[in-house]
Design a protein around this ligand. Structure first.
Ligand code: SAM
Length: 255
């Protein structure tokens, strides 16, 4: 009787173990945790890279709108910047690169919920902002537009004056050439408060293996800026949604 019970138990165990081995061998990732899966795909890149290229090359993905306003942002990155704004609760968000004002409207809406006195200053060399944007209540209440180059010393001085004593977050999304981005980082980096961020957008232009090479851009600007500015550290945790247009671009000010 005991022998029979033992045999049944052994046979059951062997069957379960056998099934587990078959399932595991047919797909070793079947039992991986989400974190292990992310590490696996990030290590090998194929799926994320292919999606990145598919997304980037498809003109229809560039037609995203916020409250009807053209907004040149990757939705994944908007989510991540929303998280950063909620954590940092800045008094001021400085955005270089306004375009139609869609992204400024997003940052202002998030900021209003976590710091009702917070404001967004957005700079562009050209005025593309349509009247529908200027008439939006959130833009009327919370957004200041500056017209001029983000690296013009007069604009930089004016912004420096407005940031005094404030908790500041910076988002760079204007001219994406290397020298311009480098000059922006040099001008605006000192205004970023400890614990806050300078988000250097579109580092994927050359920082990504499958995208076309547009010549030196934000990625190369970081190559030059980061070794001399160790107070800024790329926060890789902000890339955890895997598909980001700003690899290495979420710079956290640590001191
Ligand atoms: C990528 S778009 C900004 C998109 C916007 N942040 C959004 O998400 O919808 C870049 C903008 O930077 C502006 N720009 C180009 N050179 C600039 C400069 N030197 N200073 C400020 N803005 C500049 C362009 O006119 C353009 O509107």
């Amino acid at each position: 009787m005991w022998n029979r019970a033992l045999s049944i138990a052994f046979a059951t165990l062997a069957t379960i173990l056998g099934m587990f081995c078959v399932l595991f061998l047919s797909n070793p990732l079947r039992f991986a945790s989400g974190k292990q899966l992310a590490d696996h795909f990030l290590a090998d890149h194929p799926v994320v890279d292919q999606f990145h290229k598919l997304y980037y090359d498809n003109p229809e993905t560039w037609s995203t709108r916020w409250l009807g306003l053209e907004t040149l942002q990757n939705p994944n990155d908007v989510w991540m910047i929303q998280e950063i704004i909620c954590e940092v609760r800045p008094d001021l968000i400085i955005e270089a690169g306004t375009r139609a004002g869609g992204s400024a409207a997003i940052w202002a809406m998030v900021l209003q919920q976590v710091n009702p006195n917070g404001r967004v200053i957005t700079i562009d060399i050209k005025d593309y902002v349509p009247s529908e944007a200027r008439d939006l209540p959130i833009i009327k209440e919370k957004v200041d537009f500056l017209l001029g180059s983000s690296t013009d010393p007069k604009i930089v001085d004016e912004i420096r004056r407005r940031t005094e004593g404030k908790k500041v977050l910076v988002i760079l999304d204007s001219d994406h050439s290397k020298n311009h981005v480098l000059n922006e980082m040099i001008a605006y980096g000192p205004m970023v408060t400890k614990g806050s961020y300078m988000i250097v957008q579109d580092t994927n232009i050359n920082g990504h293996p499958v995208l076309p090479d547009f010549g030196p851009g934000p990625w190369e600007a970081l190559d030059e800026y980061l070794p001399k500015n160790e107070q800024f550290q790329p926060d890789k945790s902000r890339e955890r949604l895997m598909f980001t247009m700003h690899p290495r671009g979420f710079l956290r000010r640590i001191e």
